[in-house]
Design a protein around this ligand. Sequence first.
Ligand code: MCN
Length: 785
Amino acid sequence: MPQAKYTGRKVLRKEDPRLLTGKGMFVDDIHLPNTAHLALLRSPHAHARIRSLDTSRAQALGGVLEILTGPDIRGELNLLPSAAALPDLRIPDHYLLAVERVRFVGEPVAAVVAETPYIAQDALDQIEVDYEPLPVVLDPEKALEKGSAVIYEQWKSNLAGTFELVSGDIPAAFQKADRVVKARLVNQRLIPAAMEPRAVQASYQAGEKMLTVWSTTQIPHTLRSEIARLLQFPDNRIRVMALDVGGGFGSKLNVYSEEGLVPYAAIRLGRPVKWVETRRENMLATIHGRDQINYVEMALAKDGRILGLRVRVIVDVGAYLQMLTALIPTLTAIMSPGCYKMPAFAFEMKEVFTNKMATDAYRGAGRPEATYLIERAMDLAAVELKMDPAEIRRRNFIKSTSFPYTTRTGLVYDSGNYEKALKKALDLAGYKQLRQKQAQLRKRGKLMGIGLSTYVEICAMGPARAFAAGGGWESATVRVEPSGKATVLSGSSPHGQGEETTFAQIAADGLGVSFDDVAVIHGDTSAVPHGIGTFGSRSTAVGGTAVYLSAHKIRQKMTELAAHLLELNPKNVVWRDGKLVSKTNPKKSTTLQEVVRAAYSAKNLPPGMEPGLDATSYFSPQNFTFPFGTHICVVEIDPETGEVKIVKYVAVDDCGRVINPMMVDGQVQGGIAQGIGQALYEEAVYDENGQLITGELMDYVVPKAGQLPVYTCDRTETPTNVNPLGAKGVGEAGTIGATPAVVNAVLDALAPYGVTNLDMPLKPEKIWRVLRGSKSATEARRSLR
Ligand code: MCN
């Protein structure tokens, strides 16, 4: 490949001019003539039997075109998909519309299609459903107790599935331990709350038997296959388009009822049908994230060495299994040892059904939970052993000379230098001075805390052999057009990450063309041959590599063609400033333009060479990649109100070779905002009847700019050899690194009160109660002196 002109540089995003000037094209921006509108009647009960469902009054309303119910479509449409991620997993029948029972508030019960969205809404009010309320199961631990109400009678228990991973001699580790630290850590339920809620539109061209579906999806090709399966409709007659998608954070990496119902109604009515989710529906019935209880025990030698880690996990999966619900917590299992040498490890998990919306992939998806539990345990260990939190981490790090490193959980960490990232972060934060300042402030009764998190995560999903959900590869076609401009067709489908820019950088460097001359097309299954999608921070390492490989193939072909035109051996042709030049005689050259023309005119091609200039590659990596880093958070707490203020935030992340440093910073900062959100503000709360009481953005606190600090972001760069770009993922790193750093900082600030653990979110009220609980705020301040 040529010298990089664009890769590694802060190139401005191609997407921004259209997005920032309101010229983006989202699903709701498509206005097809004669469009009908779909609305869903959703269950008001968390658990109930449907005694009867009468749609006759709604049906009689003017403008109502069609009403669908669970029993109507039961035999017509297949069940929603779920990956069988655990050997003993109990996968409930997940109908597109409830049949006989509802199991969470918000579950779709009936669909109305009408001339306008308003008529559809009015008609919902006319549907009469007689519900017989059933006991509600909400607490996943109580749900496992004998005598608990059961959500699926056929299984006689609320256990969805189990997972175990044991490696090394755990009993011996705990027997010889000088100290053991223990904690019950709650990783609360979160709501992804992407800026654009979900939306689906479908249109059926009966003449061509062609179904077009526009969806706010992260996985257009997978969705096409799933719509084909749901509707029993040929996949080669379905076109799925994702257009611009206003964020997903994992919540659009799924297949939902509406993605079957809308196309189904469009075919039946012979009219375009549209559904646009409201914010309240989005909070209720688009997947949630996290929701794990982790019982952690760490065995330690007195010099701070970890001897063993035992983790018992209860996962609240909600009422149904969405596509990856059961799989996500297994990522917690394999990543729990973190950056540390772990002589013995045991992980035991139970996934439990409750009457809530399903959990699934939310930014970080299983890894924030792993990092949280290990990084909280490291701080507890530091307190127990009276060691500095940075020092105890350093003592246990896997050394930079040990890579590739096989972990206790069977992964092979590709590359890393954890100590270097930690040192850089400590230097940037001025750690030593911060500790001195903390000591002084404590004397003055001020609550200041410093929190660390040193993380490693797994991304670039992933090697096909290890990727339970199937399809660990990604594809890209690169085409040099007759004009000399280039088109990239990518199977990755970004929804905010900016690969229209970074893939253009990779292609422009590969082809020796200008960045402005590269157009990137994604999210259209009719244009792009194949793809898997954007999730698991995989697009750059897997999809970007496919772009690189295709560009490389074209480059090779152009070199051979130029050699033919110049009557040279291809080995003697070099690329220089838009020209292909003889190595030995610089006067002998041809331009890229001439080579392109020759490829398309096809009048003078080397024997056996096909006309045209395009190439498709499927890249299937042999391993995951393992980005890492250190985050340091400094907080001050107001002892009167319990309010936490982040006064400093330093992030040093390592995602291998960087394609675009500006975008990597953007990804890290967005991720940290979500990590801070979990640590301090966000929490999905259901009341005792299973009603979601944080069902609006008024109640569910997504942090705003004023609640976030100015970040200091920096990097170390440790390339991976898993792909030729040397790139690891970064899309989730901030979220993974941030949460424990913030919580550790708050608990460090509260250390003088003897508080060692508090569950997230660390809202002012919770901290104020802790401060009040020990003494009044004023007395407490005095006691610090
Ligand atoms: N990048 C880079 N150099 C690297 C790695 C990445 O320049 N070594 C750039 C990429 O080219 C891309 C961005 O950083 O522009 C993120 O790339 P990558 O880490 O490959 O992640 P993906 O594109 O696969 O994105 C998925 C990831 C996930 S899993 C979630 S969740 C998430 C996230 O990205 N959701 C997001 N970032 C998001 N950003 C926005 N705006 N909206 C979301 O919904």
